[in-house]
Write a new protein. Structure first.
Length: 397
């Protein structure tokens, strides 16, 4: 997001929301987009194209997001040059890093059909089948590997080495998000247990359902930082999600909890940040958040801020919304603004106050409802595009 000038912001607080919302859509446009996407999904390409064209050409208020529908229709018809042009138009107005990544991949495919092999985006995707088979071996001794911040123990030397490398990568990313790029001069012990049974037997304070856990213990000798993970899945194969998700997720929790110390970190923020640290974006969460909000299950943003583990009606929807909101905020703030936001929350500000202070906007009572509307528009639109791109295929059933 562009840096905002505090004077302009003070005079025109509403303008900030247009930026924060990434240009919010009117209800009629959301309906128009929904109709175009539905037509596209029904295979009614002429209809989808016509509807999308109308939206992009609307004289008073064009909807640049409809370019994505045009691009998809053209790609389907094998009109790769025209599709590439539409993807470029769409990218020029797209403010979601996640979508830009997916759309750029589509653009590359159109520029060089037939498509080249996808660039592996997650650590586990970079592994060959023979490497995965090696990582699934459980030896009868424990191997130790260490690096600047980690001491890793696992019943397989390759697992120990890989987890050490990826833990350093994850820590760098997490410190960038949470600590504004500051160094983190501490050591974490990571235990990788062979399977769930071993994990539950040895991990400290492990909740029954988790595939990983973190512990932060304050002792007279200092702080003990520990993460417990599992090597194997329940089906006897190497647990790739351990590398892509569980390791960065638990590490993020650890850094967050130490950062907040005695202060309270709201649950949505704690989980949202931990999900943001994961190496792989779970599209299911984006789709779920979008569809829950589109179905009028917005609840209040205020309620999301105050939710506690004990009062979650639907934990999956809560996680999805937490991820959606925290990444919405993170994408729209500079690293410095985001760090300031976390500092204000830590100092006891409410979430809405912390955001306004971080953005250096004067307090305004209409801030929260406007923020909620901007986020809901964004989340609903983001889910729509993912659906249009069919990246959710296979997880929608
Ligand atoms: Zn978590």
């Amino acid at each position: 997001m562009a840096r905002t000038d505090s004077l302009i912001v003070a005079v025109l607080p509403i303008a900030v929301f247009a930026t924060l919302a990434g240009g919010s859509m009117r209800a009629v446009d959301i309906d128009g987009m929904q109709a175009a996407i539905q037509a596209y999904r029904n295979g009614q390409y002429d209809l989808a194209e016509g509807l999308a064209q109308d939206l992009t050409e609307n004289e008073t208020d064009p909807v640049p997001r409809a370019w994505l529908i045009l691009a998809e229709v053209r790609r389907h018809r094998g009109q790769y040059d025209r599709a590439a042009e539409a993807y470029r138009q769409y990218l020029a107005s797209c403010d979601s890093a996640r979508l830009r990544r997916s759309v750029r991949r589509r653009l590359q495919e159109c520029e060089a059909p037939p498509p080249t092999t996808n660039n592996p985006s997650t650590p586990s995707e970079r592994l060959t089948p023979s490497e995965l088979a090696e990582l699934a071996e459980v030896r009868d001794r424990i191997y130790t590997e260490s690096s600047e911040h980690f001491i890793v123990r696992a019943p397989n030397p390759k697992v120990a080495r890989l987890v050490t490398e990826l833990a350093e990568d994850s820590l760098r990313r997490i410190c960038g998000v949470i600590l504004g790029g500051q160094a983190w001069p501490h050591t974490v012990e990571i235990y990788v247990w062979a399977d769930r049974e071993q994990f539950l037997k040895h991990a400290e304070d492990a909740p029954e359902y988790a595939g990983g856990s973190f512990t932060l213990r304050y002792t007279p000798d200092g702080i003990v930082r520990r993460i417990d993970l599992t090597q194997m899945d329940s089906d006897g194969t190497f647990d790739a999600a351990m590398l892509d998700r569980k390791l960065p997720h638990e590490l993020a929790h650890l850094v967050i909890h130490e950062f907040f110390g005695e202060s309270h970190c709201p649950l949505f923020l704690d989980e949202g940040l931990a999900m943001l640290a994961e190496a792989e974006v779970d599209h299911k969460r984006i789709l779920l958040a979008g569809s829950a909000l589109a179905a009028g299950d917005g609840g209040s943003l205020d309620r999301l801020f105050r939710s506690d583990r004990a009062d979650l009606d639907d934990p999956e929807v809560f996680y999805a919304k937490s991820f959606s909101f925290v990444s919405f905020l993170h994408e729209r703030m500079t690293q410095e603004q985001f760090r300031r936001f976390l500092e204000h929350v830590k100092a006891g500000s409410t979430i809405e106050d912390a955001i306004q202070r971080a953005l250096r906007i004067p307090p305004d009572e209409s801030f929260l409802p406007q923020l909620a509307a901007a986020w809901e528009d964004h989340a609903i639109a983001e889910a729509q595009y993912l659906r249009a791109l069919d990246v959710g295929e296979g997880i929608l059933e």
